[in-house]
Design a protein. Structure first.
Length: 611
């Protein structure tokens, strides 16, 4: 993986246009925040508003108090009537300020939690609608990763948006105070603070673009970390002595990432400090000017105190305003990944007006001159495939690895759409059916079926999740697939946690997992059953049993079975032989054996092994 980069490049990598355009994603995010928790958001906003006008109020009170004191001490006037009231008010407001800060803190924590949950759930929902193609595309994976890790956790964004509002109001009120006393002082303040703002934004964008470039490398790190400590890889890792190789690979990549990050942080430290110092010069310069005005009698002592406080407050809050803004722009870039992810739409989808899956299926499925190439590939996996699967018929697909058997299943189940030709179901194009109702009629167990780290019962119920509480049906399905035998041996039976991920989980053998997977297919009340070599981990005898049972259970139903074993395949009513992306021969077992074609040849070869 190439993670080398020129240190000056990230600046160009994210263009200004992208920086500015990423801000347009803020409103949708704020809308999501609002949707996630409207009440909490209001509470936080009101607290922020009140907290924002507090500094100027406190300064105005202080100014009055100091001027009164000055009059009493130097001109021997008597204390005004409201004096002690002002002191008490200042004290009270300071207390209110502390409570408001706590309230803001609390509501933003709650808000962040709610928002994160809300977005994660939306991500899961959206991810479930996407095409299989998307998952097989590494670029999409990067996007999903960034959306998941960085888009969902935007507690900083929520906090900073609130802060921005508060700082903005503070700045405006304090600046207005300064302006009323001297417009020049305000001008000088703003001039000194702008460079710090530009610096902050610049580095925020550099950080983002570095992060984007590092995503593939981070994905590799995740993979290596998983590989270095997973059940699946442990055996090979030990025996092949791969441990130090993996550690070395991990270290090389992570060291490079570290180096890039440190270089950027160092530059940020240097430039950021210089620019902040400039801001400080602005503050003290204008403060000195205020002192000068007081000494020549142009300002009262109270006004000087007010001015000093307002200058300090304004310059701090202008600086904070700018840096908060640049942090928000930084967040906005990450958020754009999230919004883009939500924008990815599935290509395989139901039409607005579509047919419901037919029940019962009367004419079956028909492939008419079907061709297919995987997205982004030029090689045709299937070319002019023609066959008919009639109701009640059991067909078998045979062919060497990589001939396209699984691809046919993916087309039949509309996980992909054919790139040429047509697939018909009961005479209508498969694309005219509503996807969900079509999938209801099909049960498939793939070669790489899932092993859910959940209970045995849930593993079976996954085939028809709305029946998960129906233990009778779950058991009946388990009986059909012989999973009942497996479950009976488990300490907690159907409630037994399976897999090694969670404590108390029991791992099963490949064959036992397969029986559970088969039960899923039987639980599904489908009209078409497909078994795509799910029995690869079984010995010849067990596979034969599984398929014999399958044949019994699918009597009168449509089914497709894919296997390399001829003892199994011969049970099918008709066998399709796939060769070079097309159907080379088809017919019942006896006929194909007698015809002396490639099926007969393969059959002879396998039979010879057993003799
Ligand atoms: N997601 C994919 N993207 C690109 N090519 C693929 C993908 N899946 C399978 N292929 C290719 O399509 C061909 C047929 O694969 P497959 O249908 O899985 O074969 P079979 O099930 O007969 O072993 C193979 O050459 C394989 O490399
Ligand atoms: Mg396959």
């Amino acid at each position: 993986m190439n993670i080398e980069m020129n240190d000056a490049r990230p600046a160009e990598a994210v263009s200004w246009r992208k920086r500015v355009s990423s801000l347009k994603h803020l409103p949708p995010v704020l809308k999501m925040v609002w949707k996630a928790a409207p009440g909490v958001l209001m509470c936080s906003l009101v607290s922020r508003l009140l907290a924002a006008v507090l500094p100027i109020t406190l300064l105005a009170i202080t100014r009055k108090i100091i001027d009164s004191i000055y009059l009493v001490t130097t001109h021997q006037r008597s204390l005004s009537r409201g004096f002690w009231f002002l002191v008490a008010l200042e004290f009270l407001l300071a207390g209110v300020g502390i409570i408001l800060a706590r309230l803001v803190d609390f509501s933003e924590k709650v808000l962040a939690e709610r928002y994160t949950n809300y977005v994660n759930i939306r991500i899961m929902r959206h991810a479930a609608t996407l095409d299989l193609t998307s998952y097989e595309d590494p670029q999409f994976y990067d996007k999903l990763e960034r959306a998941r890790v960085q888009g969902a956790d935007r507690s900083g964004l929520i906090q900073e948006s609130g802060q921005l509002l508060q700082e903005f109001i503070s700045t405006v009120t304090l600046a207005a105070g300064v302006y009323l006393i001297s417009p020049w002082i305000l001008c000088a303040l703003v001039t000194f603070v702008v460079p710090a703002f530009l610096g902050e934004t610049h580095f925020a964008f550099l950080g983002y673009s570095l992060n984007v470039q590092q995503t593939p490398a981070r994905r590799e790190l995740d993979y290596l970390r998983l590989l270095g400590a997973s059940k699946e890889s442990a055996k090979e890792q030990k025996l092949f002595g791969l441990g130090s190789f993996l550690v070395g690979k991990y270290k090389a990549v992570s060291d490079e990432l570290y180096r890039q990050n440190v270089i950027l942080s160092r530059r940020r430290l240097l430039v950021g400090s210089l620019l902040s110092l400039l801001g400080t010069v602005g503050y003290y310069g204008t403060y000195a000017y205020g002192i000068h005005l007081t000494l020549i009698g142009a300002l009262t002592l109270g006004t000087l105190t007010f001015l000093a406080g307002a200058i300090l407050g304004a310059s701090n809050s202008i600086q904070a305003l700018f840096s908060t803004f640049s942090h928000i722009a930084d967040h906005a870039l990450f958020v754009s990944d999230l919004i883009e992810f939500f924008g990815v739409q599935p290509k395989v989808s139901s039409k607005p007006i579509c047919l419901a899956g037919p029940r019962p299926i009367r004419q079956g499925f028909e492939f008419k001159n079907v061709s297919f190439a995987y997205p982004g590939r030029s090689r045709q996996v299937l070319e002019n495939v023609n066959f008919h699967l009639e109701p009640g018929e059991r067909i078998a697909l045979v062919g060497a690895n990589g001939q396209g058997k699984t691809t046919i299943v993916k087309l039949l189940t509309r996980l992909y759409d054919a790139t040429g030709g047509q697939i018909l179901l009961d005479g209508n194009d498969l694309r005219d059916y509503d996807l969900e109702s079509l999938w209801k009629e099909i049960a498939v167990i793939f070669q790489d079926f899932m092993r859910y780290d959940m209970t045995a019962s849930e593993n079976i119920a996954a085939g028809r999740i709305e029946e998960k509480e129906n233990s009778f049906r779950v058991r009946a399905a388990a009986m059909k697939s012989n999973a009942e035998e497996v479950v009976r041996k488990l300490p907690k039976r159907y409630e037994q946690m399976l897999g090694c991920r969670f404590s108390g989980g029991v791992d099963l053998s490949g064959g036992e997992w397969q029986k559970l997977a088969l039960a899923r297919a039987y639980l599904r009340d489908a009209q078409l059953l497909i078994l795509d070599e799910p029995t690869a981990a079984l010995d010849a005898k067990s596979e034969h049993e599984v398929f014999e049972r399958f044949a019994e259970l699918t009597e009168g139903k449509m089914s497709v079975l894919i296997s390399h074993r001829f003892s199994t395949v011969r049970m099918a009513d008709r066998i399709l032989v796939l060769k070079n992306g097309t159907i080379a021969e088809q017919g019942p077992h006896c006929q194909l054996v007698n015809s002396g074609g490639c099926y007969a040849e393969m059959f002879e070869l396998q039979a010879a092994h057993y003799r």
